[in-house]
Design a protein around this ligand. Structure first.
Ligand code: HEC
Length: 93
Protein backbone atom coordinates (compact mmCIF):
# COMPACT_ATOMS: atom_id res chain seq x y z
CA UNK A 1 0.00 0.00 0.00
CA UNK A 2 2.78 2.37 0.99
CA UNK A 3 4.71 1.51 -2.14
CA UNK A 4 1.78 2.36 -4.39
CA UNK A 5 1.41 5.75 -2.73
CA UNK A 6 5.04 6.52 -3.36
CA UNK A 7 4.78 5.53 -7.03
CA UNK A 8 1.68 7.69 -7.38
CA UNK A 9 3.47 10.65 -5.83
CA UNK A 10 6.49 10.25 -8.12
CA UNK A 11 4.27 9.90 -11.20
CA UNK A 12 2.32 13.00 -10.25
CA UNK A 13 5.57 14.96 -9.86
CA UNK A 14 6.85 13.82 -13.25
CA UNK A 15 3.55 14.55 -15.00
CA UNK A 16 3.37 17.95 -13.30
CA UNK A 17 6.85 18.79 -14.51
CA UNK A 18 6.07 17.73 -18.08
CA UNK A 19 3.03 19.99 -18.02
CA UNK A 20 4.80 23.11 -16.73
CA UNK A 21 8.18 22.64 -18.48
CA UNK A 22 7.09 24.31 -21.77
CA UNK A 23 5.85 27.34 -19.82
CA UNK A 24 9.17 27.64 -17.97
CA UNK A 25 11.22 27.26 -21.16
CA UNK A 26 9.18 29.65 -23.29
CA UNK A 27 9.04 32.18 -20.44
CA UNK A 28 12.83 32.54 -20.60
CA UNK A 29 13.00 33.21 -24.33
CA UNK A 30 12.85 36.74 -25.68
CA UNK A 31 9.66 37.06 -27.71
CA UNK A 32 10.35 37.96 -31.34
CA UNK A 33 8.10 40.99 -30.94
CA UNK A 34 10.64 42.54 -28.56
CA UNK A 35 13.80 41.19 -30.22
CA UNK A 36 12.81 42.78 -33.55
CA UNK A 37 11.99 46.21 -32.15
CA UNK A 38 14.44 49.09 -32.35
CA UNK A 39 15.48 51.17 -29.35
CA UNK A 40 13.52 54.11 -30.76
CA UNK A 41 10.36 52.01 -30.98
CA UNK A 42 10.76 50.66 -27.44
CA UNK A 43 11.44 54.19 -26.16
CA UNK A 44 8.31 55.56 -27.87
CA UNK A 45 6.12 52.72 -26.60
CA UNK A 46 7.40 52.38 -23.04
CA UNK A 47 8.71 55.76 -21.92
CA UNK A 48 5.42 57.52 -22.65
CA UNK A 49 3.31 55.31 -20.41
CA UNK A 50 3.69 57.50 -17.29
CA UNK A 51 5.04 60.83 -18.58
CA UNK A 52 5.92 62.44 -21.90
CA UNK A 53 8.72 60.64 -23.74
CA UNK A 54 11.90 62.32 -22.52
CA UNK A 55 13.89 64.18 -25.19
CA UNK A 56 17.04 62.11 -25.87
CA UNK A 57 19.19 65.25 -26.05
CA UNK A 58 18.52 66.52 -22.50
CA UNK A 59 21.04 64.25 -20.75
CA UNK A 60 24.66 63.23 -21.15
CA UNK A 61 25.55 59.53 -21.57
CA UNK A 62 26.29 59.04 -17.87
CA UNK A 63 23.07 60.80 -16.88
CA UNK A 64 21.14 58.46 -19.21
CA UNK A 65 22.84 55.48 -17.54
CA UNK A 66 21.45 56.59 -14.19
CA UNK A 67 18.02 57.63 -15.47
CA UNK A 68 17.46 54.46 -17.52
CA UNK A 69 18.48 52.25 -14.59
CA UNK A 70 15.97 54.13 -12.45
CA UNK A 71 13.25 53.84 -15.13
CA UNK A 72 14.02 50.18 -15.88
CA UNK A 73 12.77 49.46 -12.37
CA UNK A 74 9.74 51.71 -12.67
CA UNK A 75 8.73 50.46 -16.12
CA UNK A 76 9.67 46.81 -15.37
CA UNK A 77 11.61 46.36 -18.60
CA UNK A 78 13.89 43.46 -19.52
CA UNK A 79 17.66 43.91 -19.86
CA UNK A 80 17.37 43.69 -23.65
CA UNK A 81 14.66 46.35 -23.80
CA UNK A 82 16.44 48.85 -21.57
CA UNK A 83 19.78 48.24 -23.31
CA UNK A 84 18.24 49.07 -26.68
CA UNK A 85 16.53 52.16 -25.27
CA UNK A 86 19.79 53.27 -23.60
CA UNK A 87 21.76 52.93 -26.85
CA UNK A 88 19.09 54.94 -28.66
CA UNK A 89 19.05 57.72 -26.04
CA UNK A 90 22.85 58.00 -25.98
CA UNK A 91 23.12 58.04 -29.78
CA UNK A 92 21.10 61.26 -29.92
CA UNK A 93 23.77 63.41 -28.23
C1 HEC B 1 5.72 53.16 -14.57
C2 HEC B 1 5.80 54.55 -14.91
C3 HEC B 1 7.02 55.05 -15.66
C4 HEC B 1 7.54 54.56 -16.85
C5 HEC B 1 7.02 53.42 -17.70
C6 HEC B 1 8.69 55.39 -17.15
N1 HEC B 1 8.85 56.36 -16.19
FE1 HEC B 1 10.25 57.83 -16.17
N2 HEC B 1 9.48 58.55 -14.44
C7 HEC B 1 8.39 58.05 -13.75
C8 HEC B 1 8.18 58.82 -12.54
C9 HEC B 1 7.07 58.57 -11.53
C10 HEC B 1 9.16 59.82 -12.52
C11 HEC B 1 9.36 60.90 -11.45
C12 HEC B 1 10.66 60.68 -10.68
C13 HEC B 1 10.68 59.57 -9.67
O1 HEC B 1 9.72 58.84 -9.43
O2 HEC B 1 11.73 59.33 -9.09
C14 HEC B 1 9.96 59.63 -13.74
C15 HEC B 1 11.05 60.43 -14.08
C16 HEC B 1 11.80 60.28 -15.22
C17 HEC B 1 12.96 61.10 -15.54
C18 HEC B 1 13.52 62.25 -14.71
C19 HEC B 1 14.82 61.83 -14.03
C20 HEC B 1 14.73 60.66 -13.10
O3 HEC B 1 15.51 59.69 -13.26
O4 HEC B 1 13.87 60.66 -12.19
C21 HEC B 1 13.46 60.63 -16.73
C22 HEC B 1 14.66 61.11 -17.51
C23 HEC B 1 12.62 59.50 -17.12
N3 HEC B 1 11.62 59.32 -16.19
C24 HEC B 1 12.85 58.74 -18.25
C25 HEC B 1 12.13 57.59 -18.58
C26 HEC B 1 12.48 56.69 -19.66
C27 HEC B 1 13.67 56.86 -20.61
C28 HEC B 1 11.54 55.70 -19.67
C29 HEC B 1 11.48 54.48 -20.58
C30 HEC B 1 12.53 53.52 -20.42
C31 HEC B 1 10.62 55.96 -18.57
N4 HEC B 1 11.02 57.11 -17.93
C32 HEC B 1 9.51 55.18 -18.25
C33 HEC B 1 7.63 56.97 -14.14
C34 HEC B 1 7.84 56.19 -15.26
Amino acid sequence: MKKINRITAISATIIGFILIAPAIISGCKTPDAIANKSGAQLWAENCSRCHNTPDPTIYSDSQWDAATEHMRQKAILTDLEITKIRIFLKSAN
